[in-house]
Design a binder for this molecule. Structure first.
Ligand SMILES: O=P(O)(O)OC[C@H]1O[C@](O)(COP(=O)(O)O)[C@@H](O)[C@@H]1O
Ligand SMILES: [Mg+2]
Ligand SMILES: [Mg+2]
Length: 362
């Protein structure tokens, strides 16, 4: 055991690498660069108003909007820059993609290209940043499908979540945490602000299969499909309803913080496909929100789904594709999938939402 009594992230990665004697070390170097970017973001977040980092990004006089049509916060842009600058130089990446960039980012010369692709949401929940609520960064590592020395294309990134080599997130809350899966369970690290190191504090995280806590943005309830409405109604009915137990509800509006709570004590999170905006089949993005969080959940014994299918099996069609997402305690996610698969109850046949969309769409 190291002198401090706890393993650092570096020591954890070295031990994991011993399982793969042929590994080059590129992967570990990449994860350590990602962790460094997260530490830089954590510092910027922690300084808040003192660091003049709050508020909207003012690219032009009217602010800036990302590819999603969302107003960018100063910290969205800064966090994106940290990810790019801190990971591009090391020779382990063939390209990057981010929520904040419309097209894939090419590794600039003179830096060598490498064998991995990095996909990230540099700051999740950034609408919460000005009110000092927890935010985080989410990342996913894929293998580049080519060894040719060419620019990364959008098609290179369109791999189902099952192909992820690793995924994780950093949470900038009361403490800064880094949660990682390299496909061998899930480990949580807490930033020691004095040492500037992520220390292993939560080895082998697991999501309990049962829960009495659910998280959903209930202001969208009029747009929900019948199976989601049924699930939530049954939770709300509590002890005297069909579930015969009381449920509690949570909604932080930072998915990364909800994922962390669920990883710590169980729960279920829903941002399902709904009819709010016909152009958006869901709120969250498949490649840099749903897939990495889905990978972490499944590695921790939980489940992640579109409501109909395991989310990790979905073949992506676009870099910024949105998708319905349900994740967390296994038995609750399975129940929600069952409700989607069951034929509609007679009383639901009048619900226009039920006619509008086929039950078999993703
Ligand atoms: O307030 P809404 O519209 O329901 O959206 C909340 C969701 O949006 C997000 O903030 C989207 O992520 P970004 O902040 O990275 O755009 C999720 O973290 C969160 O669950
Ligand atoms: Mg996000
Ligand atoms: Mg974001």
């Amino acid at each position: 055991m190291p002198l401090t009594g706890r393993k650092t992230l570096t020591q954890y990665l070295i031990e994991e690498r011993r399982r793969f004697p042929e590994a080059s070390g590129d992967f570990n170097a990449l994860i350590l660069d990602v962790a460094m970017a997260c530490k830089a973001i954590a510092r910027a977040v922690a300084f808040g108003a003192l660091g003049d980092v709050l508020g909207n990004h003012a690219a032009a006089a009217g602010g800036s909007v990302n590819v999603q049509g969302e107003t960018q916060k100063k910290l969205d842009v800064l966090s994106n820059d940290y990810f790019l600058r801190i990971t591009e130089w090391g020779g382990h990446l063939a390209g990057m993609a981010s929520e904040e960039m419309e097209a894939p980012y090419q590794i600039p010369s003179p830096y060598p290209r490498g064998k991995y692709l990095l996909v990230f949401d540099p700051l999740d929940g950034s609408s919460n940043i000005d009110v000092n609520v927890s935010v985080g960064s989410i990342f996913s590592v894929l293998r580049s499908p080519t060894t040719d020395d060419r620019d990364a294309t959008e098609a290179d990134f369109l791999q189902p979540g099952t192909q992820q080599v690793a995924a994780g997130y950093a949470l900038y809350g009361p403490t800064t945490m880094f949660v990682l899966s390299v496909g061998n369970g899930v480990a949580g690290f807490t930033l020691d602000p004095n040492l500037g190191e992520f220390m292993l504090t939560h080895p082998d995280l697991t999501v309990p299969a049962d829960t009495v806590e659910f998280a959903i943005n209930a202001s969208n309830s009029r747009f929900w499909e019948a199976p989601v409405k049924r699930y939530v109604d049954e939770c709300l009915a509590g002890r005297t309803g069909p579930r015969a137990k009381d449920f509690n509800m949570r909604w932080i509006a930072s998915m990364v913080a909800e994922a962390h709570r669920i990883l710590m004590r169980g729960g279920v999170f829903l941002y399902p496909r709904d009819s709010k905006d016909a152009a958006k089949p869901g709120r969250l993005r498949l490649l840099y929100e749903a897939n990495p969080i889905g990978f972490i959940m499944e590695q921790a014994g939980g489940r992640a789904s579109t409501g109909r299918l395991p989310v990790l099996g979905v073949q992506p069609e676009g870099l910024h594709q949105r998708i319905g997402l349900v994740f967390g305690s296994k038995h609750e996610v399975e129940r929600i999938e069952r409700y989607h698969a069951e034929p509609p109850a007679h009383k639901d046949l009048d619900n226009p939402l039920f006619h509008e969309r086929s039950l078999f769409r993703v």
